[in-house]
Design a protein around this ligand. Structure first.
Ligand SMILES: Cc1cc2nc3c(=O)[nH]c(=O)nc-3n(C[C@H](O)[C@H](O)[C@H](O)COP(=O)(O)OP(=O)(O)OC[C@H]3O[C@@H](n4cnc5c(N)ncnc54)[C@H](O)[C@@H]3O)c2cc1C
Length: 327
Protein backbone atom coordinates (compact mmCIF):
# COMPACT_ATOMS: atom_id res chain seq x y z
CA UNK A 1 0.00 0.00 0.00
CA UNK A 2 1.32 3.48 -0.87
CA UNK A 3 0.68 6.38 1.47
CA UNK A 4 -0.38 9.78 0.22
CA UNK A 5 1.96 12.61 1.17
CA UNK A 6 0.49 15.08 3.69
CA UNK A 7 0.83 18.58 2.32
CA UNK A 8 1.10 21.77 4.34
CA UNK A 9 -1.80 23.38 2.46
CA UNK A 10 -5.09 22.44 0.79
CA UNK A 11 -4.34 20.06 -2.09
CA UNK A 12 -6.52 18.32 -4.66
CA UNK A 13 -5.35 15.16 -6.37
CA UNK A 14 -6.06 14.72 -10.09
CA UNK A 15 -7.54 18.20 -10.46
CA UNK A 16 -9.30 19.39 -13.58
CA UNK A 17 -7.46 22.45 -14.89
CA UNK A 18 -9.83 23.50 -17.70
CA UNK A 19 -12.32 25.32 -15.41
CA UNK A 20 -9.41 27.18 -13.87
CA UNK A 21 -8.45 28.80 -17.16
CA UNK A 22 -10.40 31.38 -19.14
CA UNK A 23 -10.10 29.30 -22.36
CA UNK A 24 -11.71 26.32 -20.56
CA UNK A 25 -9.62 23.66 -22.30
CA UNK A 26 -6.99 21.20 -21.12
CA UNK A 27 -6.46 18.16 -18.95
CA UNK A 28 -5.77 17.45 -15.31
CA UNK A 29 -2.92 18.07 -12.88
CA UNK A 30 -1.53 15.31 -10.69
CA UNK A 31 -1.83 17.77 -7.77
CA UNK A 32 -3.41 21.18 -7.41
CA UNK A 33 -2.18 23.11 -4.37
CA UNK A 34 -4.19 25.99 -2.97
CA UNK A 35 -2.13 27.81 -0.34
CA UNK A 36 -3.94 30.61 1.49
CA UNK A 37 -0.85 32.53 2.59
CA UNK A 38 2.55 33.24 0.97
CA UNK A 39 4.31 31.39 3.83
CA UNK A 40 2.08 28.38 3.21
CA UNK A 41 2.88 28.63 -0.49
CA UNK A 42 6.62 28.48 0.20
CA UNK A 43 6.30 25.57 2.63
CA UNK A 44 4.16 23.55 0.22
CA UNK A 45 6.44 24.43 -2.72
CA UNK A 46 9.43 23.08 -0.77
CA UNK A 47 7.50 19.93 0.17
CA UNK A 48 6.47 19.33 -3.46
CA UNK A 49 10.05 19.78 -4.62
CA UNK A 50 11.25 17.34 -1.96
CA UNK A 51 8.77 14.79 -3.33
CA UNK A 52 10.42 15.29 -6.72
CA UNK A 53 7.38 16.92 -8.31
CA UNK A 54 7.68 19.37 -11.16
CA UNK A 55 5.97 22.60 -10.15
CA UNK A 56 4.04 25.29 -12.03
CA UNK A 57 2.13 28.37 -10.88
CA UNK A 58 -1.37 29.19 -12.02
CA UNK A 59 -2.86 32.62 -11.49
CA UNK A 60 -6.21 33.43 -13.06
CA UNK A 61 -5.44 31.12 -16.01
CA UNK A 62 -6.14 34.02 -18.37
CA UNK A 63 -2.99 33.52 -20.41
CA UNK A 64 -2.35 29.80 -20.07
CA UNK A 65 -3.34 27.10 -22.48
CA UNK A 66 -3.22 23.68 -20.83
CA UNK A 67 -2.65 20.70 -23.13
CA UNK A 68 -5.24 17.92 -23.26
CA UNK A 69 -2.74 15.66 -21.45
CA UNK A 70 -2.66 18.05 -18.51
CA UNK A 71 0.36 18.34 -16.27
CA UNK A 72 1.98 15.47 -14.40
CA UNK A 73 3.19 17.52 -11.45
CA UNK A 74 2.06 20.07 -8.88
CA UNK A 75 0.18 23.15 -9.97
CA UNK A 76 0.14 25.93 -7.39
CA UNK A 77 -2.96 28.09 -7.63
CA UNK A 78 -2.69 31.61 -6.19
CA UNK A 79 -6.49 31.98 -6.02
CA UNK A 80 -6.67 31.91 -2.22
CA UNK A 81 -3.80 34.37 -1.68
CA UNK A 82 -5.82 37.47 -2.46
CA UNK A 83 -5.13 39.93 0.32
CA UNK A 84 -4.55 43.61 -0.13
CA UNK A 85 -3.56 46.03 2.62
CA UNK A 86 -1.61 49.14 3.43
CA UNK A 87 2.11 48.84 4.19
CA UNK A 88 3.25 49.46 7.75
CA UNK A 89 4.49 53.00 7.89
CA UNK A 90 7.74 52.63 9.76
CA UNK A 91 9.01 49.22 8.78
CA UNK A 92 8.02 49.26 5.13
CA UNK A 93 5.75 46.53 3.87
CA UNK A 94 4.71 43.79 6.23
CA UNK A 95 3.93 40.96 3.88
CA UNK A 96 2.00 38.92 6.41
CA UNK A 97 -0.63 41.65 6.97
CA UNK A 98 -0.98 42.60 10.61
CA UNK A 99 -4.68 42.53 11.47
CA UNK A 100 -4.77 46.23 12.29
CA UNK A 101 -3.36 47.12 8.91
CA UNK A 102 -5.37 44.71 6.83
CA UNK A 103 -8.23 46.46 5.12
CA UNK A 104 -10.98 45.13 2.94
CA UNK A 105 -12.08 46.91 -0.19
CA UNK A 106 -14.93 48.74 1.56
CA UNK A 107 -12.64 50.24 4.15
CA UNK A 108 -10.06 51.05 1.49
CA UNK A 109 -12.81 53.22 -0.02
CA UNK A 110 -13.39 54.96 3.31
CA UNK A 111 -9.69 55.56 3.79
CA UNK A 112 -9.58 57.15 0.36
CA UNK A 113 -12.56 59.39 0.97
CA UNK A 114 -11.46 60.78 4.32
CA UNK A 115 -7.83 60.38 3.28
CA UNK A 116 -4.75 61.41 5.17
CA UNK A 117 -2.99 63.28 2.37
CA UNK A 118 0.45 62.71 3.84
CA UNK A 119 0.10 58.94 3.59
CA UNK A 120 1.84 57.40 0.57
CA UNK A 121 -0.49 55.93 -2.06
CA UNK A 122 0.88 52.42 -1.64
CA UNK A 123 -0.65 48.99 -1.27
CA UNK A 124 0.80 45.61 -0.42
CA UNK A 125 -0.91 43.03 -2.60
CA UNK A 126 -0.56 39.27 -2.50
CA UNK A 127 -0.05 37.38 -5.75
CA UNK A 128 -3.59 36.01 -6.04
CA UNK A 129 -5.46 39.30 -5.91
CA UNK A 130 -7.63 39.55 -9.02
CA UNK A 131 -6.62 42.38 -11.34
CA UNK A 132 -10.25 43.40 -11.91
CA UNK A 133 -10.81 43.72 -8.15
CA UNK A 134 -7.53 45.59 -7.78
CA UNK A 135 -8.58 48.15 -10.40
CA UNK A 136 -11.90 48.53 -8.52
CA UNK A 137 -10.10 49.04 -5.20
CA UNK A 138 -7.80 51.78 -6.52
CA UNK A 139 -10.77 53.43 -8.23
CA UNK A 140 -12.56 53.51 -4.85
CA UNK A 141 -9.47 55.12 -3.33
CA UNK A 142 -9.17 57.66 -6.14
CA UNK A 143 -5.63 56.48 -6.84
CA UNK A 144 -4.44 56.56 -10.43
CA UNK A 145 -2.09 54.15 -12.21
CA UNK A 146 -4.01 50.95 -12.89
CA UNK A 147 -6.57 52.35 -15.33
CA UNK A 148 -4.74 50.78 -18.35
CA UNK A 149 -5.47 47.39 -16.78
CA UNK A 150 -9.25 47.93 -16.88
CA UNK A 151 -10.88 44.76 -18.16
CA UNK A 152 -7.70 42.65 -18.04
CA UNK A 153 -8.45 39.38 -16.19
CA UNK A 154 -5.99 37.35 -14.10
CA UNK A 155 -4.15 37.75 -10.82
CA UNK A 156 -1.48 40.17 -9.70
CA UNK A 157 1.30 37.53 -9.82
CA UNK A 158 0.41 36.40 -13.34
CA UNK A 159 0.10 40.04 -14.39
CA UNK A 160 3.56 40.84 -13.06
CA UNK A 161 5.05 37.73 -14.66
CA UNK A 162 3.49 38.67 -18.01
CA UNK A 163 3.77 42.45 -17.58
CA UNK A 164 0.11 42.73 -18.49
CA UNK A 165 -1.02 45.96 -20.07
CA UNK A 166 -1.90 47.65 -23.28
CA UNK A 167 -1.33 50.76 -25.33
CA UNK A 168 -1.93 53.10 -22.36
CA UNK A 169 0.36 51.47 -19.81
CA UNK A 170 1.54 48.30 -18.10
CA UNK A 171 1.28 46.73 -14.68
CA UNK A 172 4.97 47.28 -13.98
CA UNK A 173 4.32 51.05 -14.16
CA UNK A 174 2.88 50.78 -10.62
CA UNK A 175 5.18 48.10 -9.20
CA UNK A 176 7.57 49.48 -6.58
CA UNK A 177 8.86 46.22 -5.16
CA UNK A 178 8.26 42.49 -5.65
CA UNK A 179 8.66 39.60 -3.25
CA UNK A 180 9.92 36.53 -5.04
CA UNK A 181 10.47 32.85 -4.38
CA UNK A 182 13.56 31.88 -6.37
CA UNK A 183 14.04 28.44 -7.94
CA UNK A 184 16.60 27.55 -5.24
CA UNK A 185 14.01 28.22 -2.51
CA UNK A 186 15.38 31.60 -1.41
CA UNK A 187 12.93 34.44 -0.79
CA UNK A 188 14.07 37.85 -1.97
CA UNK A 189 12.69 41.34 -2.42
CA UNK A 190 13.56 43.28 -5.55
CA UNK A 191 13.05 46.97 -6.18
CA UNK A 192 11.53 48.03 -9.49
CA UNK A 193 14.91 49.45 -10.56
CA UNK A 194 16.55 46.03 -10.17
CA UNK A 195 14.06 44.37 -12.51
CA UNK A 196 13.96 44.71 -16.24
CA UNK A 197 10.40 44.16 -17.41
CA UNK A 198 9.74 44.45 -21.13
CA UNK A 199 6.78 44.12 -23.47
CA UNK A 200 4.52 41.32 -22.07
CA UNK A 201 7.38 39.94 -20.03
CA UNK A 202 8.19 40.60 -16.39
CA UNK A 203 11.63 39.06 -17.09
CA UNK A 204 11.62 37.25 -13.75
CA UNK A 205 12.85 33.95 -15.17
CA UNK A 206 11.56 31.06 -13.07
CA UNK A 207 11.02 33.20 -9.96
CA UNK A 208 7.55 33.06 -8.43
CA UNK A 209 5.83 36.28 -7.42
CA UNK A 210 4.48 36.05 -3.87
CA UNK A 211 3.36 39.66 -3.67
CA UNK A 212 4.23 43.24 -4.52
CA UNK A 213 4.16 46.76 -3.21
CA UNK A 214 2.32 48.97 -5.67
CA UNK A 215 2.49 52.75 -5.78
CA UNK A 216 -0.06 55.16 -7.26
CA UNK A 217 -0.68 58.85 -7.99
CA UNK A 218 -3.30 60.56 -5.85
CA UNK A 219 -6.28 61.54 -7.99
CA UNK A 220 -10.05 61.54 -7.43
CA UNK A 221 -12.48 58.69 -7.56
CA UNK A 222 -14.44 60.46 -10.27
CA UNK A 223 -11.41 60.97 -12.54
CA UNK A 224 -10.21 57.39 -12.16
CA UNK A 225 -13.71 56.02 -12.66
CA UNK A 226 -14.23 58.02 -15.85
CA UNK A 227 -10.94 56.79 -17.30
CA UNK A 228 -11.66 53.17 -16.36
CA UNK A 229 -15.09 53.41 -17.95
CA UNK A 230 -13.67 54.92 -21.12
CA UNK A 231 -10.99 52.25 -21.49
CA UNK A 232 -13.45 49.46 -20.73
CA UNK A 233 -15.76 50.75 -23.45
CA UNK A 234 -12.87 50.83 -25.91
CA UNK A 235 -11.69 47.34 -24.93
CA UNK A 236 -15.09 45.68 -25.06
CA UNK A 237 -15.80 47.20 -28.47
CA UNK A 238 -12.61 45.63 -29.85
CA UNK A 239 -12.26 42.31 -27.96
CA UNK A 240 -14.55 39.34 -27.22
CA UNK A 241 -14.41 39.90 -23.45
CA UNK A 242 -17.43 37.77 -22.58
CA UNK A 243 -16.28 34.65 -24.47
CA UNK A 244 -13.85 31.91 -23.45
CA UNK A 245 -10.40 32.89 -24.68
CA UNK A 246 -6.82 33.36 -23.46
CA UNK A 247 -6.59 36.98 -24.53
CA UNK A 248 -4.10 37.78 -27.28
CA UNK A 249 -2.53 34.64 -28.71
CA UNK A 250 0.49 36.35 -30.28
CA UNK A 251 2.69 39.24 -29.24
CA UNK A 252 2.62 42.23 -31.54
CA UNK A 253 5.59 42.09 -33.93
CA UNK A 254 8.25 44.77 -34.24
CA UNK A 255 6.35 47.69 -35.86
CA UNK A 256 9.24 48.28 -38.27
CA UNK A 257 8.75 44.80 -39.72
CA UNK A 258 4.97 44.97 -39.84
CA UNK A 259 4.45 48.61 -40.93
CA UNK A 260 2.96 49.26 -37.53
CA UNK A 261 0.36 46.53 -37.89
CA UNK A 262 -0.56 44.61 -34.75
CA UNK A 263 -0.71 40.80 -34.73
CA UNK A 264 -4.52 41.04 -34.89
CA UNK A 265 -4.44 43.35 -37.91
CA UNK A 266 -1.91 41.11 -39.70
CA UNK A 267 -4.14 38.08 -39.13
CA UNK A 268 -7.16 40.00 -40.40
CA UNK A 269 -5.26 41.22 -43.49
CA UNK A 270 -4.22 37.69 -44.51
CA UNK A 271 -7.72 36.27 -44.08
CA UNK A 272 -7.05 34.49 -40.76
CA UNK A 273 -10.37 35.55 -39.27
CA UNK A 274 -12.07 32.89 -41.38
CA UNK A 275 -10.15 30.05 -39.75
CA UNK A 276 -11.34 27.54 -37.17
CA UNK A 277 -10.62 24.04 -35.91
CA UNK A 278 -13.41 22.17 -34.22
CA UNK A 279 -14.97 24.51 -31.68
CA UNK A 280 -11.87 26.73 -31.62
CA UNK A 281 -12.62 29.77 -33.76
CA UNK A 282 -10.73 32.96 -34.58
CA UNK A 283 -12.88 35.75 -33.13
CA UNK A 284 -14.69 37.82 -35.77
CA UNK A 285 -14.18 40.75 -33.37
CA UNK A 286 -10.38 40.50 -33.04
CA UNK A 287 -7.97 38.45 -35.18
CA UNK A 288 -5.58 37.83 -32.29
CA UNK A 289 -8.22 36.10 -30.13
CA UNK A 290 -9.16 32.45 -30.44
CA UNK A 291 -12.43 31.63 -28.70
CA UNK A 292 -13.67 28.29 -27.43
CA UNK A 293 -17.25 28.26 -28.68
CA UNK A 294 -18.00 25.15 -26.59
CA UNK A 295 -16.19 21.87 -26.17
CA UNK A 296 -12.95 22.78 -27.96
CA UNK A 297 -9.88 20.67 -27.18
CA UNK A 298 -6.46 22.11 -26.55
CA UNK A 299 -5.36 20.26 -29.68
CA UNK A 300 -7.82 22.33 -31.75
CA UNK A 301 -6.59 25.59 -30.23
CA UNK A 302 -2.90 24.72 -30.65
CA UNK A 303 -3.53 23.55 -34.23
CA UNK A 304 -5.31 26.80 -35.00
CA UNK A 305 -2.44 28.81 -33.50
CA UNK A 306 -0.04 27.05 -35.86
CA UNK A 307 -2.41 27.60 -38.84
CA UNK A 308 -2.41 31.33 -38.10
CA UNK A 309 1.33 31.51 -37.60
CA UNK A 310 1.92 29.70 -40.93
CA UNK A 311 -0.59 31.85 -42.81
CA UNK A 312 1.00 35.10 -41.60
CA UNK A 313 4.52 33.78 -42.29
CA UNK A 314 3.63 32.63 -45.83
CA UNK A 315 1.87 35.86 -46.77
CA UNK A 316 4.08 38.45 -45.04
CA UNK A 317 7.34 36.78 -44.01
CA UNK A 318 6.66 37.79 -40.40
CA UNK A 319 7.09 35.13 -37.70
CA UNK A 320 4.57 35.73 -34.93
CA UNK A 321 5.68 34.89 -31.39
CA UNK A 322 3.17 33.27 -29.06
CA UNK A 323 2.13 35.38 -26.06
CA UNK A 324 -0.07 32.73 -24.46
CA UNK A 325 1.83 30.20 -22.34
CA UNK A 326 1.26 26.64 -23.51
CA UNK A 327 1.55 23.95 -20.81
C1 LIG B 1 -10.56 38.42 -22.36
C2 LIG B 1 -9.10 38.63 -22.08
C3 LIG B 1 -8.53 39.88 -22.26
C4 LIG B 1 -7.17 40.08 -22.01
N1 LIG B 1 -6.63 41.31 -22.21
C5 LIG B 1 -5.32 41.52 -21.95
C6 LIG B 1 -4.72 42.81 -22.12
O1 LIG B 1 -5.37 43.78 -22.51
N2 LIG B 1 -3.40 42.95 -21.85
C7 LIG B 1 -2.64 41.90 -21.39
O2 LIG B 1 -1.45 42.07 -21.14
N3 LIG B 1 -3.18 40.67 -21.22
C8 LIG B 1 -4.49 40.46 -21.48
N4 LIG B 1 -5.02 39.22 -21.31
C9 LIG B 1 -4.16 38.10 -20.85
C10 LIG B 1 -4.13 37.96 -19.33
O3 LIG B 1 -5.21 38.66 -18.74
C11 LIG B 1 -2.84 38.50 -18.74
O4 LIG B 1 -1.69 37.92 -19.33
C12 LIG B 1 -2.76 38.25 -17.24
O5 LIG B 1 -1.71 38.97 -16.70
C13 LIG B 1 -2.59 36.78 -16.91
O6 LIG B 1 -2.63 36.66 -15.51
P1 LIG B 1 -3.02 35.28 -14.84
O7 LIG B 1 -2.94 35.45 -13.38
O8 LIG B 1 -4.29 34.80 -15.40
O9 LIG B 1 -1.81 34.37 -15.33
P2 LIG B 1 -1.88 32.84 -15.77
O10 LIG B 1 -2.59 32.76 -17.08
O11 LIG B 1 -2.39 32.01 -14.67
O12 LIG B 1 -0.34 32.56 -15.99
C14 LIG B 1 0.38 33.21 -17.04
C15 LIG B 1 1.87 32.89 -16.84
O13 LIG B 1 2.31 33.52 -15.65
C16 LIG B 1 2.83 32.55 -14.74
N5 LIG B 1 2.43 32.94 -13.39
C17 LIG B 1 1.17 33.00 -12.87
N6 LIG B 1 1.22 33.42 -11.60
C18 LIG B 1 2.53 33.62 -11.30
C19 LIG B 1 3.22 34.05 -10.13
N7 LIG B 1 2.59 34.34 -9.00
N8 LIG B 1 4.57 34.15 -10.21
C20 LIG B 1 5.23 33.85 -11.34
N9 LIG B 1 4.63 33.43 -12.47
C21 LIG B 1 3.29 33.32 -12.45
C22 LIG B 1 2.21 31.23 -15.14
O14 LIG B 1 3.00 30.14 -14.70
C23 LIG B 1 2.15 31.40 -16.65
O15 LIG B 1 3.41 31.13 -17.21
C24 LIG B 1 -6.38 39.00 -21.55
C25 LIG B 1 -6.96 37.75 -21.34
C26 LIG B 1 -8.30 37.56 -21.60
C27 LIG B 1 -8.90 36.21 -21.37
Amino acid sequence: MTTEPTWPCAAIRDADLAPRTTMRVGGRARWLFEPAHPDEFVEAWRAAREEGLEVRVLGGGANVLVSDDGFDGAVFSTARMARIFRPHREEGADWSAGAEERVGEASLGRVGATGDESEPCELVVWAGKGLLALVRATRELGWSGLEPLAGVPGHLGGGIAMNAGGRYGELWDVVRRVRLLLPDGEIVERERAECNPSYRNGNLGDAIVLGAVLGFERSTRHTVEERVRELLREKSAAQPLTEHSSGCIFKNPDPELSDGRSAGKLIEDVGGKQLSRGAAVVSPKHGNFIVNTGGARALDVIGLIEDLRRLVRDRTGIELETEVRIW
